[in-house]
Unconditional design. Sequence first.
Length: 366
Amino acid sequence: MTRLDGLDGLDDMASRVRVRDDLADLTPYGAPQLDVPVRLNTNETPFPVPQPVLDDIAAAIRGLELHRYPDREALELREALALHAGHGVEGTWAANGSNEILQQLLQAFAGTGRAALVVEPTYAMHSLIARATGTRVLTRVQPRDLPLTPEMAAELVGDAAAEVTFWCSPNNPTGEAATSDVLAAVCQAAPGLVVVDEAYGEFGGSHAATLLPSHPNLVVTRTFSKAFRMAGARLGYLLGDPAVVDGIRLVRLPYHLSALTQTAGLRALAHVGTLMDHIVATRRERDRVAAGLVALPGVGVLPSDANFLCFSTGVSPRVLWRRLLDRGVLVRDVSGYPTLDRYLRVTIGTPAENDAFLAALAAELA
């Protein structure tokens, strides 16, 4: 075969191997993973897992029978998660990060012929996973200049009539947590499942799980990637009605959660106090960085219950993002989100990282 024939063959293959038409205009989700001195763009905690906890996890993993399949129901882990969250084990589920939880919920309760509602600006994966499962995406926009009342929230979701409603609290990328009366109004107004994404809940005042007894259509998703310091473990969990877990069982892959992940999660829960002792320091640094930002000329900061801040300046976000990167500081450009055309987002890092960010930003704005 000549080289030209080979190229012709590739062209022919490309014409026959095509993604679904409804996915053709999508781009893969992902923040830049760049090797820079100060990386503050993905909302990980900057504090590593303490060595004694790592040693405990390693010892437990050494005792695993890796030639055997893991527990298909992850029952021991789910029991520990239920105890940690104060919820029944029958309504507790675990998977590979909260993103897989979201995917399983959409596979079971949405899909072709059904719709999911997202209230922008919010976590982009809600829409992306919905589209990937063939779910029709309905979008409403929350105004930035009006406080969100229960009545406004109910109006946002009520007329959409979606089978699944996503609500992020604290919201990503803006940072605010929804009040319990707002979440209750959303559950009351929504005709289907309400998924409250609490990935950052431990950093603020979002406690949606307290509404579970009175709202069986409510599901709360959480993650080990933020407050637990274990983004690399890829573990998330769900709290909801047992009927929700029964529905997920219909679509989950066999043995979806590895023995390694289940064991790491169990040992992490045994050390939850140690793993989460950085939260107070993170909140304190969040307040310090927010004060440092508003002290700079022309900078505005949105209130945050999470481990990040969303801020605006008089400089083009794309230009400022690049200039900060040139100074060794990586933040997130969120200017493509509705109502956030002037905004960047910065993760709260160590005190030294936060100082480097503030110094770089001050130098650019000067």
